[in-house]
Write a protein that binds this ligand. Structure first.
Ligand SMILES: Cc1cc2nc3c(=O)[nH]c(=O)nc-3n(C[C@H](O)[C@H](O)[C@H](O)COP(=O)(O)OP(=O)(O)OC[C@H]3O[C@@H](n4cnc5c(N)ncnc54)[C@H](O)[C@@H]3O)c2cc1C
Length: 369
């Protein structure tokens, strides 16, 4: 195991918190630095669905997401599940025959990959799982029992709290604005917006949607896509559904005892048409009341348009960048699902120098500087 003076984790969302927690528990000296407050970036404005059923585009990506689900279960054992881990499964159905056929075909592929999926009718779902839903009695509904949702901000708080208790430092409200290097190009310092300069051997770029700016501080080009999404929280007297749901035109999940989160790719598509976020929130709320009539008295509480942190080819960028010794990236969409596994793999790579095969397709070197 290598010994370092100090490792700076730049950005404390789910990715930075997971990497830092894993480093810290192996005795590394970690300083977490966040321009805002930890856990309040995209991690707090995510649909936060832990899954691999939506990741069939490439087998290695699917496998990484399956490992991400397992890493969440292990983490829940290690730090306790309270207030962040909700392994209640996921339901999906369609109102269009072509979309329905596509969902069923994907379910067949997933079953062939040993991923647990059950097909129920709408009537069975209402009787056994979610009585508050409106859906036709004969519609096929896919149930993925091993999927979950996560309260991202609470998870980050738990990980950072434990790391700090074992000696890590947390600097909030302070941005990294420069990264200094030695003559051989290796990492030497980080300069902070409060005027401090810290000596460090390693930096982890976990700056989410700002990761490409942080990469620029070591003259690295990390191309990223722009793909904003709108997320709305509604307040309700009590939460009438228990699982992550993909209803036609709406994604909806619980977010605690008196709150739910709403999202829709169709509504995301309106962001660039100039619609106000408040109007997008009203569209989401209207769909929610249609799918779950008991939400009739709920009210919109908060809405945010958030940028997904997506490297240009859609896949994570995780690991060392050999041209800048001491610089590592942890940048990914689906970061809620992948945070714990990326945290474990990247911390191990930093501390031992060993590169895990599971990250072979997701290495930063595929984007040449
Ligand atoms: C609409 C939407 C829906 C999503 N749904 C899902 C889903 O269902 N399942 C899933 O797995 N994923 C989902 N995601 C993706 C997931 O939310 C993200 O991949 C994940 O939250 C990224 O975490 P992060 O730690 O990289 O980023 P963040 O949580 O944004 O953390 C990055 C931190 O870096 C800090 N920072 C930035 N620049 C600097 C700097 N120069 N110095 C210091 N700090 C800095 C910021 O303040 C921020 O706190 C969704 C995303 C969106 C937008």
């Amino acid at each position: 195991m290598k010994r370092f003076e100090r490792i700076a984790v730049i950005g404390v969302g789910i990715l930075g918190a997971s990497v830092g927690w894993n480093l810290s528990r192996h005795g590394a000296k970690v300083v977490f630095i966040d321009a805002g407050q930890s856990g309040e970036g995209v991690t707090n404005w995510s649909f936060s669905w832990v899954n691999a059923s939506n990741k069939t585009v490439r087998k290695s990506y699917f496998d990484l997401n399956v490992a991400g689900m397992a890493a969440h279960r292990e983490l829940a054992e290690a730090i306790g599940p309270d207030s962040w881990w909700y392994p209640s499964g996921h339901l999906r159905w369609a109102d269009d025959p072509a979309v329905e056929a596509k969902f069923l075909k994907t379910a067949e592929l997933l079953a062939a990959w040993d991923y647990r999926v059950e097909v129920h009718t709408g009537a069975e779902v209402r009787r056994r799982l979610e009585p508050a839903l409106t859906m036709p009695g004969d519609v096929p509904v896919l149930f993925y029992p091993d999927e979950a949702w996560v309260h991202g901000r609470h998870l980050v708080g738990r990980l950072v709290g434990q790391a700090v208790a074992s000696g890590a430092e947390l600097r909030s409200g302070i941005a990294v604005c420069d990264i200094g290097t030695h003559a051989d190009g290796s990492i030497r310092t980080v300069a902070l917006s409060d005027g401090c300069r810290l000596d460090v051997d390693i930096v982890v770029n976990a700056a989410g949607p700002s990761a490409s700016q942080v990469a620029g501080l070591v003259a690295r080009h990390l191309p990223m896509r722009r793909e904003p999404g709108v997320v709305t929280r509604i307040d309700c007297a009590q939460v009438p559904v228990h699982r992550v749901l993909h209803a036609p035109h709406l994604e909806i999940r619980p977010d605690g005892d008196a709150s739910m989160v709403l999202h829709s790719r169709e509504v995301d598509a309106l962001i660039d048409t100039g619609e106000e976020p408040a109007q997008l929130a009203r569209l989401l709320h209207e769909s929610a009341r249609h799918v779950v009539p008991e939400l009739g008295n709920s009210r919109i509480a908060q809405t945010r348009v958030a940028e997904r942190p997506i490297p240009a080819d859609g896949f994570p960028s995780v690991g060392a960048v050999p041209s800048v010794p001491g610089y590592y990236e942890a940048v990914s969409h689906s970061g809620i699902t992948l945070g714990p596994v990326i945290g474990r793999l990247l911390a191990s790579e930093i501390l031992t120098g060993r590169r895990d095969e599971m990250l072979a397709d997701f290495r930063p070197e595929r984007f040449p500087s």
